[in-house]
Design a protein around this ligand. Structure first.
Ligand code: NCD
Ligand code: ZN
Length: 363
C-alpha cells in the first residue's frame, strides 16, 4: 500500500504498540503528539504509582479520560487507544475475563521495582508459578502477555539476559499464550526472538534504542533525557536491533515506549527512567529507514506486523511524511508552567516531517 517517492512517503496509518500517556497534563501533551501521527496505540497501565490500571473499571475510567482529551482536540475518531491492565498479585481469571469484555488487548507484567511505577510489580518467581489461571484465561481470550523483560535481581546491564530463562519457562508452561517481549535492547534478545519457532513470541523495538548506546547516557556527560529502562546497551546490541528492524522479520514491530516525565523529575538527583519520543517518533523513524536505504520497510514495521501479531485489523487511513528539515523544540509546556517535557532529539534537526494524516480507522 505504501507510496514511496523520492521526497515523500505515504503509508497506512501506523500503530504504536507500546505507549505511556499518564493521567495528568502529560496526557494532554502525549495525546496531541500521538493522535496527529498514529492511528492506534497500546496504552501502558503504569500510569501512576497511586492510580495504576488494574481492572476493567480502571480501564473504562482511563479510556474516558483519554477520549476527553481527544475530544478537546476534536480528534475523538482519529485515534484508538488499545487498553491494557497491569499484572499484580490480585489479578485473577475473573479480572481477565472482565478486562477482555472491556476491550483490553494485553496484560502487562512489570518486574518488581525495575522501572517507573513498578512498585507493585511481580516477582520472577510469582510470574512463573502463580498466574496459571490468569494465563489460561488470557489464552482463551486471545490476549497478549506483554513482558518488561528484565530480571530485577541482577546487575543492570545483565537484567535482560537473566530474564531469558524466565521467558523460556513461561513459554514451556503456557505454549499457547501470545507473548510480546517489550522494548528489547540486546543482541541476545534479538536472537532469542529470531530463533523462536512457536509463532507466539514477538518483540517491540523503540526508536531511541535504534539510536542510543550506553555512551549516550553516561559515556560523557550524564544525559538524563536518554535514561530509560531497559538501559541502552553496547554498539553491537544496537546494531542487532537495527538489523532486526531492517530485516523485515514480522516478529519485530514498533513500540515507541514514549514515556513523558516532567523535566524536573528527570534532571534530578534521583531521575526518572523514560524517554518522551512521541513528538518525533514517526519523522525520526522515517529518517532512520531512509538512511538505511530501506524506506519500504517502514510501513510493515509500524503499520502491519504489530496489528497482525495482536490479531487486529489493519488501519485504513494514511499518513504522509515528506522530506523537509525541522528542529525539534527544546521543551513542551503549557505557557508559564514549570512542569515541562523535554522530547527525545530536543534541539536537533530531523530531515523528514509528517505533513498529512488522513484519518480513517479500520472498518
Ligand atoms: C517507562 C515509564 O516511564 O513508564 N519508563 C522507561 O524507562 N521505559 C516504563 C517502562 O516501560 O519501563
Ligand atoms: Zn514502557
Amino acid at each position: 500500500m505504501a507510496i514511496i517517492e523520492k521526497d515523500r512517503i505515504t503509508i497506512r496509518s501506523p500503530d504504536d504498540m507500546h505507549l505511556h500517556l499518564r493521567w495528568d497534563e502529560r496526557l494532554y501533551h502525549a495525546i496531541q503528539h500521538t493522535f496527529s501521527h498514529w492511528g492506534r496505540g497500546i496504552i501502558m497501565p503504569n500510569t501512576d504509582e497511586n492510580r495504576p490500571i488494574l481492572t476493567s473499571k480502571d480501564v473504562k475510567e482511563y479510556r474516558n479520560e483519554i477520549f476527553n482529551f481527544l475530544h478537546q482536540f476534536l480528534a475523538t475518531h482519529a485515534f484508538e487507544p488499545l487498553m491494557t491492565i497491569k499484572l499484580v498479585k490480585t489479578t485473577t481469571f475473573e479480572v481477565v475475563h472482565a478486562a477482555a469484555e472491556a476491550g483490553v488487548k494485553a496484560i502487562k507484567s512489570y518486574p518488581l521495582g525495575v522501572t517507573t511505577n513498578s512498585e507493585n510489580g511481580v516477582s520472577m518467581n510469582d510470574l512463573v508459578t502463580e498466574f496459571g489461571g490468569v494465563f489460561k484465561a488470557m489464552e482463551e481470550r486471545g490476549m497478549v502477555l506483554s513482558l518488561h523483560g528484565e530480571h530485577p535481581e541482577y546487575f543492570c546491564l545483565d537484567r535482560e539476559d537473566y530474564f531469558i530463562p524466565v521467558l523460556r519457562q513461561m513459554q514451556a508452561n503456557h505454549p499457547g499464550l501470545k507473548i510480546v517481549l517489550e522494548h528489547i535492547t540486546t543482541k541476545n534478545a534479538v536472537q532469542l526472538v529470531q530463533q523462536d519457532t512457536t509463532g507466539n513470541l514477538a518483540a517491540t523495538i523503540t526508536l531511541h534504542h535504534l539510536f542510543l548506546t550506553l555512551d549516550d547516557v553516561i559515556g560523557g556527560s550524564l544525559m538524563p533525557h536518554n535514561f530509560c529502562k531497559p538501559l541502552a546497551k553496547r554498539p553491537e546490541d544496537r546494531d542487532a536491533l537495527i538489523s532486526a528492524v531492517i530485516s523485515g522479520n514480522p516478529k519485530f514491530f514498533f513500540g515507541s515506549d514514549s514515556a513523558p516525565h516532567f523535566q524536573h523529575t528527570k534532571e534530578s538527583a534521583c531521575g526518572c527512567a523514560g524517554v518522551f519520543s512521541a513528538p518525533v517518533a514517526l519523522p525520526l523513524l522515517t529518517s532512520f529507514f531512509d538512511e538505511q536505504d530501506a524506506l519500504e520497510k517502514l510501513e510493515p514495521f509500524v503499520s502491519q506486523f504489530g496489528a497482525q501479531f495482536y490479531g487486529l485489523p489493519l488501519n485504513r487511513g494514511t499518513v504522509t511524511i515528506e522530506r523537509g528539515s525541522w528542529t525539534v523544540p527544546l521543551l513542551y509546556s503549557d505557557s508559564g508552567s514549570l512542569r515541562q517535557l523535554v522530547p527525545f532529539w530536543a534541539g536537533r534537526e530531523i530531515s523528514w516531517n509528517v505533513v498529512v494524516r488522513h484519518c480513517q480507522l479500520y472498518e
